[in-house]
Ligand binder design. Sequence first.
Ligand SMILES: Nc1ncnc2c1ncn2[C@@H]1O[C@H](COP(=O)(O)OP(=O)(O)OP(=O)(O)O)[C@@H](O)[C@H]1O
Length: 477
Amino acid sequence: MATNRDTRMLMIVDSEPAQQRFLSALASRGGWRSVIAADTDTALARLGTQDGMALDAVIVDQGAPGIPIPEFVAELRRWRPALPLVVITMRNGVEMAVAAMRAGASDFVQKPIAPDRLLEALDRVTGSGGPQGELRPLTEKLRAPLGFEEIIGSSPNFRTALAIAAKAARARIPVMINGKPGAGKEVFARAIHSASPRSRGALVMVDCSAVSPGLIGSGLFGHERGAFPGAFDRQIGRLVQADGGSIIIDHIECIPLETQARLVEFLSTGEVQMIGGSIRQNVDVRIISTSASPLDKLIEAGHFREDLYYALTTAQLTLPSLSERRGDIGPLTRHLLTRISGLPGMGQIGITDDALRLLVSYAWPGNVRQLQDVLFRAAVESKTDVLTAADFSAIEAALGGGTANNDGEIAINGEAIGVTLYLPDGNLRPLEEIEADVIRLAIGHYRGRMSEVARRLGIGRSTLYRKLGELGIDTAA
Ligand SMILES: Nc1ncnc2c1ncn2[C@@H]1O[C@H](COP(=O)(O)OP(=O)(O)OP(=O)(O)O)[C@@H](O)[C@H]1O
């Protein structure tokens, strides 16, 4: 319910002065004017005032004193049913988030707050975050590290990425993970660390998209006191903190050129020198970086150093977008629903085949994160324990209706679905069928060159021809 006034009005409910200042500065960057309430009782009391009547949205910190958050949300809903409300929860405050959403909150954002994500959440809940009906990814909800065995995906392009990652994990070499937002880059990066010989060492993460460019260098390398205006204390860098372990440099494409030069030097010498310091320290760290933009374009434009690119990409993999591995949407949906069911306050949640078909047909611009967020929201809002197509009305609207053809097969803009391991009811397909699909896929992939197909599948040509007969595979296909 964005208004047509020029400045939108936000109430920040938080008792910490530093946090109040931070939120208020952030809000003003997004074009908001803010009023502060130090506790939830005061916030409710102010609803009836002139300022309160002019509010366009409220953000409340989970730790705000006064009446507990779920009661605050419910009470606010009683007075102002349509007033958008975002709850800020602790990093692992999933239980609180579920309770707040159930009581009627519009969204929640976990700490530490990434400025862009909070502004996005505010835009979204006030309806100014893009075309109506567009589904924008919510913030991270289910951040649990996954090992390779828990990463869901059996499409050939995804399996290729998994194989490269699993192999690279064993060595100390730098790995670069490319992929669109929400495709699973961080999940892969964590899995690489967990599967590596240094898994017992520290895992340190730096998200360069959430830090202002001017602070990325001092975050990575540390700084001496007084090294630059605002450097009030000496600070140890994240590279040193990761000594003996791994560092994930998320969104490396956001690193400014000056810091890129420092990284190149570190990669060639293995030594870290603090900003403003003279001592060099040897650091043994494995770098796993991720990028959501094609780095070759940035190199061409002079925004990314070619030598750094080569130093970071000893192993490199690209994660396919979810729309490029539609066969995985069903299994992923079931997996994510199982994880959501396990959250505090949630019960067992199922999904109908119709709803699943709908999800498979959608393009998922926000990839796995968006799928996860859409499922989470549907699960929280559903009145029953089985999600139906009606629980995904925004997806249905975005698709303009109609997802399945008459014989119930999923029609996806004529694209072939990769080899899927699951039936729509969640059970595994018979081995013969999977085997037949793999052979068909290999024949297509190697353009009918049967010797190559046999070699790649690791079987003899005569075995391949026997299987073609047994499985009834038409090689002209
Ligand atoms: N293959 C997968 N199996 C299960 N869950 C996944 C998978 N891929 C991603 N997820 C879930 O989707 C969410 C987004 O993944 P992740 O943070 O790794 O994406 P990303 O590519 O790093 O996104 P961004 O570029 O926006 O940082 C995570 O919460 C993760 O739990």
